[in-house]
Design a protein around this ligand. Structure first.
Ligand code: AMP
Ligand code: GLY
Length: 432
């Protein structure tokens, strides 16, 4: 009798649906469990009623059910040490240990590692006293960026055009504690101009496999207007990441960071995600994340030919190599459909129609994010609802296919950007 591998995917967003989708199509046809998953993962896997941050119940389930691999999607369980706990129980896990995940959990730690390791990044200072912070803001001059130190679910970054705005931002974070304890300490950072790109490196402690580049659209509205969101769409590859930048990315970004971590006794495994700012052919690191990006993962995984599972297992086991991942040349695009009002307050429970029709398009996959089942219906349950993803012969065709699929889907209040991948349409494509 064939014994199927068991995989546990932790998380409930579009990234986790994309991971589940890719793992479900693995040639070994593993049995997949998602904690807690969403309406999309429920079609491919068994959803468990366990929250992604509920370490005790996740561990209890894993110890009882012995998954062959646990793939941890979001940063919170990684920063809480889920991978350490699983490994202590003799279970394989994909993702960094707590000490390594600290590179996302603490912006001050990440800066310290970058500065000590010689990684190109913006000039900055760390402060736990508002008076010192104000003085440094004056030394640096506007525009500048104020960042709350800890995890703030993407909200702790304030871009300040003037010194007055900087003073107000320092008060918001440190005095009003708008980001909770994350504002106990802040970073004040030089404002960088340029274009952003996301690079995911898969790491096994030693070997680094660079995944295809991508670019996220963080602002809510067309033309990069409106408030910051978790990401309204993405595409891969990102033409701003030109061929000549890859050696710098490998050596100066990932090589130096991992070497500095190693010096501190920290072994990094899993995904190390570098958020880069690129300007006139030079790059600086804006941030590191300890996980796959969302929604970039949806379009990056859509470009992986064949199996993903062997590389995740090799990352966990320390036997990673470039040959484990094969790429489609075609670019991919993901358009996020969000609830009306997102990133502010929004209604939940709106019935979604047209997903099946959209999903049946050639090269199109509709990834669920904030969805739930209600009887026979799929309803909205979060801000970012769906990630409509398409591959195409070129970026124009991928964009056209994604938007043709978006047009088939409707729910009350739905909003999405109409200019995803707009930058790639005006620039020739690089290899990536
Ligand atoms: P972070 O969470 O540090 O990536 O910041 C969130 C977003 O704020 C980034 O994706 C950038 O769009 C913006 N940002 C952060 N730091 C800077 C900076 N030093 N200069 C310009 N923009 C920045
Ligand atoms: N797309 C940005 C992030 O995942 O942090």
């Amino acid at each position: 009798m064939l014994i199927r591998m068991k995989i546990l995917v932790v998380g409930s967003g579009g990234r986790e649906h994309a991971l589940t989708w890719k793992l479900a199509s693995d040639s070994t046809r593993p049995e997949i469990f998602c904690a807690p998953g969403n309406a999309g993962t429920s079609a491919l896997a068994t959803n468990l009623d366990i929250g992604a941050d509920d370490l005790e119940r996740l561990l209890a389930w894993a110890i009882e059910n012995r998954p062959d691999l646990t793939v941890v999607g979001p940063e919170v369980p990684l920063c809480l040490g889920l991978v350490d706990r699983l490994e202590e129980a003799g279970l394989a896990a994909f993702g960094p240990c707590k000490a390594a995940a600290h590179i996302e959990g603490s912006k001050v730690f990440a800066k310290d590692v970058m500065e000590a390791g010689g990684v190109p990044t913006a000039r900055s200072g760390a402060f736990s006293n508002p008076g010192d912070a104000r003085a440094y803001a004056r030394e640096l001059g506007a525009p500048l960026v104020v960042k709350a130190e800890g995890l703030a679910a993407g909200k702790g970054v304030l871009i300040c055009e003037t010194i007055e705005e900087a003073d107000a931002a320092i008060d918001t974070a440190m005095v009003d504690r708008a980001f909770g304890d994350a504002g106990e300490q802040i970073l004040i950072e030089e404002f960088l101009v340029g274009e952003e790109a996301s690079i995911f490196a898969m790491v096994d402690g030693e070997t680094v496999v660079l995944l295809a580049s991508s670019q996220d659209h963080k602002r809510a509205f067309d033309g990069d207007a409106g408030p910051n969101t978790g990401g309204m769409g993405a595409y891969s590859p990102a033409p701003i990441v030109t061929d000549d930048l890859w050696p710098t990315i490998r050596e100066q970004v990932f090589g130096r960071t991992l070497a500095e971590l190693r010096k501190r006794g920290i072994t990094y495994k899993g995904i190390l995600y570098a958020g880069l700012m690129i300007h006139e052919g030079a790059l600086k690191v804006l941030e590191f994340n300890c996980r796959f990006g969302d929604p970039e993962t949806q379009c990056v995984l859509a470009r992986i030919k064949g199996d993903l599972l062997p590389s995740l297992q090799a990352s966990a086991a320390g036997s990673l190599s470039d040959e484990l991942i094969e790429w489609h040349d075609e670019p991919a695009v993901v358009v996020v459909m969000a609830s009306g009002g997102y990133p502010g307050a929004y209604d939940k429970g709106e019935v979604i129609s047209g997903i099946e029709a959209a999903d049946s398009g050639d090269g199109v996959t509709v990834f669920h994010a904030g969805t739930a089942r209600s009887g026979d219906d799929v309803v909205t349950s979060g801000g970012r609802v769906l990630g409509v993803t398409a591959r195409g012969a070129d970026i124009e065709q991928a964009v056209a296919a994604a938007y043709a699929a978006v047009e088939k889907i409707s729910f009350t209040g739905a909003h999405f950007r109409r200019d995803i991948a707009g930058r790639a349409l005006t620039r020739p494509l690089a290899d990536a």
